[in-house]
Design a binder for this molecule. Structure first.
Ligand code: ATP
Ligand code: MG
Length: 224
């Protein structure tokens, strides 16, 4: 298995009130194709910051990020956006669905930027079925349960067949039953479909079920 994403001495700092606060300190991480990695650590440790930098939503203050061996650290915003849309899927704690769009439209939206409408529609239909939400395709997000919303968010993250899916607290807002469904789904994506998955979580059970756990404390990786 080759390296999919690798960082070399990543630092992230924020300036405010004349001081510099570090959210990440010398982070070296290697994510291999097919990995199912959990990132854990206390609140404020830098987990979201790291995920956002790995997925091109944020940029590091210092250090490098390699995707399939290519150094993406210096890429222009336009190039990063294109790459992110094609290669990265994101799932968030609060779903981030567009309230004015239906389930089908929410899922389909990212694919319209890189595929023709017919292909996008076909892919979206397939995902709706795979995630058993095809009976809700014309619902709006406000008409769905939390678990269903997260399934839709997962479908949206998958629609462009990304190389890797980043999930930030995907079960953070769900009850036990819905959490279990989302966890099972993510596991199946990894084991059956070979998707590379990185999850930030406070959920011990979810972390323990990943094939690898990285612990982050005060911006630094603690090998476990
Ligand atoms: N835009 C920002 N401006 C200033 N400081 C920030 C900003 N974003 C994050 N930070 C700081 O960076 C540190 C890491 O934040 P981050 O959101 O990565 O933590 P986290 O591990 O995801 O925490 P949680 O488990 O609560 O989500 C925190 O101290 C936070 O205050
Ligand atoms: Mg966070």
């Amino acid at each position: 298995m080759g390296s999919l994403i690798k960082t070399v001495s990543l630092w992230k700092s924020y300036r405010g009130g004349g001081t510099e606060a570090y959210a990440l300190r010398d982070v070296n991480i290697n994510i291999e194709r097919g990995d199912y990695l959990a990132i854990v650590g206390p609140s404020g440790a830098g987990k979201t910051t790291l995920l956002n930098i790995l997925g091109g939503l944020d940029i590091a203050t210092k250090g490098r990020v390699f995707f399939e061996g290519k150094d993406i650290s210096g890429w222009r915003e336009e190039k990063i956006s294109l790459w992110r849309n094609r290669s990265i899927g994101f799932v968030f704690q609060f779903y981030h669905l567009i309230e004015e769009l239906t389930v089908l439209e929410n899922i389909m939206l990212p694919s319209l930027l890189c595929k023709d409408t017919k292909t996008s529609f076909k892919e979206t239909r397939k995902l709706l079925k795979y995630l058993s939400v095809d009976d809700k395709s014309h619902y709006f997000p406000s008409q769905l349960s939390g678990g269903e919303k997260q399934k839709v968010a997962i479908a949206r993250a998958l629609v462009n067949e990304p190389a890797i899916v980043f999930c930030d607290e995907p079960t953070g807002n769900l009850d036990g039953v819905s959490s279990e469904k989302v966890i099972t789904l993510l596991e199946a994506l990894n084991t059956d479909k070979g998707k590379t998955i990185v999850i930030v979580t406070h959920n011990i059970e979810l972390a323990q079920r990943a094939s690898r756990v990285v612990n982050i404390k005060n911006g630094r990786i603690d090998k476990v």
